[in-house]
Design a protein around this ligand. Structure first.
Ligand code: UDP
Length: 196
């Protein structure tokens, strides 16, 4: 779905093209690459992000979390601090701030100079936001989509068997039926890949 969104939205496409690392999060991208003779293993972003938090906690990284609802962010802080010993949450803000508060919060974030910044503001906002804010900053900045909702216990990840059958999208659709419109991107993507 991000691939199709990036085709329609040049700003998102540019942010992805400029990224230091783009990981194959979805089954569709793995399949499309395989058709071009490029074999990659699917790497769900939520798992990489969790590993970065755990690695960071062991190495004294200062971590910032940006996004998700106020309730999710509160639960998330408690859970992560309980589950990951040594985690240094230097800066956390939810993703539904008053528009006039954002510039000040962004300034505080940059001044905190975190080593790891995980951003859950939804696609494409998280990618374009990172692209704008990480300029001239140290650290690793990563868009994490719905990961905070899952880690806080607010939403469930699809069961492993659904992942194996490559129907995780169906699980997300059942949890959030309002996603159906966005999911029309899936057949459009398949068609674009098959047409080369
Ligand atoms: N989100 C946010 N602010 C917004 C829109 C979304 O903090 O203005 C959060 C939302 O609460 C969720 C995450 O961004 O935790 C991902 O949202 P969603 O699943 O809708 O986006 P997707 O990654 O599927 O595009």
């Amino acid at each position: 779905m991000m691939t199709m969104a990036a085709r329609a939205n040049p700003e998102l496409g540019a942010a992805i093209a400029a990224a230091d690392l783009v990981i194959p999060d979805g089954a569709g991208v793995v399949w499309a690459l395989a058709r071009q003779g490029i074999r990659v293993r699917r790497s769900p972003g939520i798992e990489l992000a969790r590993q970065l938090l755990e690695y960071g906690a062991r190495h004294g990284w200062r971590v910032a979390l940006v996004g998700a609802s106020p309730q999710v962010m509160e639960l998330l802080r408690q859970r992560l601090l309980a589950e990951i010993p040594g985690l240094d949450l230097a800066f956390t803000i939810h993703g539904y701030q008053d528009p006039e508060l954002w510039p000040g919060l962004e300034e505080q974030l940059r001044a905190a100079r975190p080593d790891l910044v995980l951003v859950a503001l939804g696609v494409p906002r998280q990618e374009t936001w990172i692209q704008r804010l990480h300029q001239g900053q140290p650290g690793l900045w990563m868009g994490v989509g719905g990961s905070f909702d899952v880690w806080s216990g607010t939403k469930e990840r699809a069961p492993v068997w659904m992942g194996r059958l490559q129907i995780e999208w169906l699980y997300r659709l059942i949890q959030e039926p309002s996603r159906w419109r966005r999911m029309l991107a899936l057949p459009a993507f398949a068609w674009a890949v098959l047409r080369g």
